[in-house]
Write a protein that binds this ligand. Structure first.
Ligand code: FAD
Length: 472
């Protein structure tokens, strides 16, 4: 197994559970890949970026359960929104069947006007009554963008800016005019319309790195091992078969099966150049574009926020997470910042416009936005601030992008692929990564003649959504 992100870890754990000895080689000194955490020199644990999951992410939940991390995720039923001047609105589920479970809080939501709400309700109904597959979207390269679909369904400017954009830019890390409508509609069907529990937001209450503690044990129990700082320089290929991997220290490892769970821009570099040039599967990977996410970490000398997290409307800042409250004071403050202080983590997805800006400018912009949302900031001192720009955070779910995503069984004998970018039907998320890992494990086991199912089904549609899904 090459790569210790969620794809590599989930595949390794699944194969170990099926009784196989797995050796996982990870280049960095820690596990988790893009969903990892570090310890700063002052002792604070900092996530690469805040990561959240949703109730509809059934495979990630299954993986956390397998490695004993499920208890480290806290689920919230209330989504809290704020305007720049601090007006709040909530969305939550009430005792009505899907897809009407959020209708009451939606109708009372104060941050959208009635024209916006009618337009949104009409479009949501279109998605729900078609069981998540409206006839006017296609799964092929000719797919339309989400923005085009919304315009076609006469969405108001307010509905697009304060509803569709807020949810989809965060969920898919891309702007509406670059998202394939198939992906956008899937988010609403799976998270908000098909079931009552799909939208529940799960937030780790430990640093991300702590979620993977159980992986090493699961792999070791079957005689395998996890090696950190063990980068791979390349695959050795003879004919159409992988015969070994060369590590960065020059040593060569051999195995019955190889899983490449590295990012899509790295994989072709690990294969012989002439081989890549002959294989469209590897050549096509360069067509997958990426989009950025910016994380802003702010430590204040006093408490400035009472909610666990907030979604901001009409702001550059999209999410604010109260890390002190979510993770517990002692652990996060690491003793270095007084317990009465507070650590906030801000997330900005599809942050194209922030990429060229300096870290200081970004911090100043975010704090100026937060002053209206969290007035206590005006009397607080910023003790420390840092910005993490991930310029290639996720692959962009552009129309037609699915055609470049390869299956987990590669055209090379012995080589299997895992990664959120492989063909899973899901966007670039932790759920997509775990699905890919399970699919790679399933492909190896069927190659061995011992098929096994790891992939978990989606949450079953409920209420009216179930009836509509069965007819579509
Ligand atoms: C800033 C940010 C915020 C995000 N927020 C969310 C979120 O809230 N919710 C969500 O679901 N998803 C989120 N994502 C997406 C999520 O992190 C990814 O989809 C997922 O972690 C991808 O896992 P992966 O295993 O496919 O790839 P990666 O995590 O990229 O793992 C690849 C691994 O391969 C290793 N590697 C590379 N080259 C070599 C080599 N030569 N030898 C050995 N090892 C190598 C890397 O070090 C890495 O550990 C976010 C991503 C980012 C960047």
């Amino acid at each position: 197994m090459i790569g210790g992100g969620l794809a590599g870890l989930s595949s390794a754990v699944a194969l170990a559970e099926a009784g196989h000895r797995v050796r996982l080689l990870e280049k960095r000194p820690h596990l988790g890949g893009r969903a990892a955490s570090y310890v700063l020199p002052g002792g604070e644990h900092v996530d690469n970026c805040q990561h959240v999951t949703l109730g509809c992410c059934t495979n990630l939940e299954d993986f956390y359960r397998r490695v004993g991390a499920a208890e480290k995720i806290r689920f919230f039923d209330r989504l809290l929104f704020s305007t720049p001047d601090g007006q709040r609105g909530t969305m939550e589920s009430f005792a009505l069947p899907a897809p009407l479970h959020m209708a009451l809080s939606f109708s009372r939501f104060p941050l959208l006007d009635w024209a916006d709400k009618f337009a949104i309700a009409r479009a949501l109904l279109k998605i729900a009554t078609n069981g998540g597959h409206p006839k006017d979207i296609s799964n092929d390269a000719n797919g339309i963008t989400m923005l085009a679909w919304l315009q076609k369904h006469r969405q108001t400017e307010g509905a697009i800016r304060r509803f569709w954009e807020v949810i989809l830019v965060s969920a898919l890390d891309e702007q509406l005019d670059r998202i394939d409508a198939r992906y956008g509609i899937d988010v609403f069907w799976k998270a908000f319309l098909s079931t009552r529990a799909g939208y529940r937001i799960g937030i780790p209450c430990v640093p991300l790195g702590d979620l993977y503690d159980g992986c090493k044990e699961a792999i070791r129990m079957r005689g395998g091992e996890v090696l950190l700082r063990a980068g791979v320089r390349g695959f050795q290929v003879a004919g159409n078969q992988v015969t070994g991997v060369e590590r960065e220290d020059g040593s060569v490892e051999t195995a019955d099966y190889y899983v490449a769970a590295v990012p899509p821009d790295i994989l072709p570099e690990l294969l012989p150049a002439d081989f890549v040039a002959r294989q469209p599967v590897f050549l096509n990977l360069r067509n997958l574009r990426t989009s950025p996410i910016t994380g802003v970490h702010l430590w204040f000398d006093k408490k400035v926020m009472h909610e666990p997290f907030l979604t901001l409307l009409d702001s550059t800042t999209q999410w604010v997470f109260n890390k002190t409250q979510l993770n517990g004071e002692t652990q996060l403050n690491g003793g270095s910042i007084e317990a009465r202080g507070q650590y906030l983590q801000l997330v900005i997805s599809a942050s194209y416009r922030l990429v060229p800006r300096s870290r200081q400018e970004i911090i100043e912009l975010c704090i100026s936005e937060l002053r209206g949302v969290l007035p206590a900031i005006r009397d607080a001192k910023l003790v420390k601030g840092t910005v993490i720009k991930e310029t290639s955070a996720t692959f962009s779910p552009a129309p037609g992008s699915d055609q470049w995503r390869p299956a987990q069984k590669s055209p090379v004998t012995g080589l299997f692929l895992a990664g959120d970018w492989t063909s899973t039907g899901w966007p670039s998320t932790m759920e997509g990564a775990v699905r890919s890992g399970y699919l790679a494990a399933e492909a190896i086991l069927s190659d061995l003649g011992t098929p096994h199912k790891f992939l978990q089904p989606d949450l079953p549609a409920e209420g009216l959504s179930r009836i509509w899904a069965s007819k579509s």
